[in-house]
Structures are given as C-alpha cells and as structure tokens.
Design a binder for this molecule. Structure first.
Ligand code: 4NP
Length: 159
C-alpha cells in the first residue's frame, strides 16, 4: 500500500531535534506496523548543516534507546514542503514564526508546535545544541511523549 500520511519535523539546524523526532517517530510507527502508511522526514529552517549527519550527541543519546539516527542527512526546508506534507511539526516558537512566514506567502499546510500532541505542559522542545548531555535526554523524553500522541491522532485518521 502506498504511504498515505506525510509527516515533516522541523527545527533550526536539522542536526539535533528534528532528526531525533524523525528517528523516534519512525521507530514507533514501525513497531506498530504502520511504516507503509506514514512517510516521515525532517529538515531545518537554516541551511548551515545541509548534507551533514546528526550531532554526535543526538546519535549517542538516541542510540542508548536503540534508535539509529546515523544514516540521516540534514536538509533545509523548502517552501513546497508545505504543499507536499500533511503535518509540518516544529520544535519551538522561533521555528513556528519562521515557518509561518513561509506559510503566509506560500499557503499549504499550516505549521504546528509538535508538543501540541504531547501530554506534558511543555510547549517547546528546547534547543540542546549549546547545552550539556542531559539536554539531549530531555529532548528525547519530550519527543517520545509527543510521538505517542501524534501516532494516536494519525491512527484515528487512518481508521
Ligand atoms: P537543532 O539544533 O535546531 O535542534 O538542529 C541546532 C543545531 C545547530 C545550531 C543551532 C541549533 N547552530 O547554531 O549551528
């Protein structure tokens, strides 16, 4: 069966938070046997890291949870992504403002904060790039929780 729902995770650099979300959500989707129904990708609003692998601290933190991010490569958001993805899920308010600017000009799918699908009271996945290792664990905890909520939501649509 062809993939019917397309999900794009967006952060600033596409080397920490959004590739982590891509990996965690893909793992959950695969575990639940839905890999052929949901297409998943990630990108950054900036082009600074285009073509690079995720940050080694993200690869290591995800690896401790048996999630492999090592094959992912960064890319920048393109305006036509808003036409081709059903869900455009951003990590923080700054990403939201940047993607909303593109959306206002381009139309397509309106971006949303990813943690709207989470059960915690947190609104943003904080940028761990300049912080310590515990920041990467917290990012994964928030992403795992919101991924579960997102998949439950999409399951309702697929049913
Ligand atoms: P990300 O984190 O947006 O979660 O990928 C960052 C990665 C790189 C930079 C900032 C945030 N940077 O300044 O290069």
């Amino acid at each position: 069966m062809s993939e019917s729902v397309r999900v794009l995770f967006v952060c600033l650099g596409n080397i920490c938070r959004s590739p982590s979300a891509e990996g965690v959500f893909r793992n959950l989707v695969t575990e639940q046997g839905l890999a052929d129904k949901i297409f998943i990708d990630s990108c950054g609003t900036a082009d600074w890291h285009t073509g690079k692998s995720p940050d080694s601290r993200s690869i290591e933190a995800a690896g401790r949870r048996r999630i492999d991010l090592s094959g992912l490569k960064a890319r920048q958001l393109q305006s036509n992504d808003l036409d081709t993805f059903d869900y455009v899920l951003v990590m923080d308010r700054s990403n939201l403002a940047d993607v909303r600017d593109i959306w206002r000009q381009n139309g397509g799918t309106e971006p949303k904060l990813f943690l709207e699908f989470g059960r915690s009271n947190e609104v943003e996945v904080p940028d761990p790039y300049y912080g310590g290792g515990e920041g990467f664990e917290h990012v994964l905890d928030l992403i795992q929780d919101a991924s579960e909520g997102l998949l439950e939501h999409i399951r309702g649509k697929l049913a």
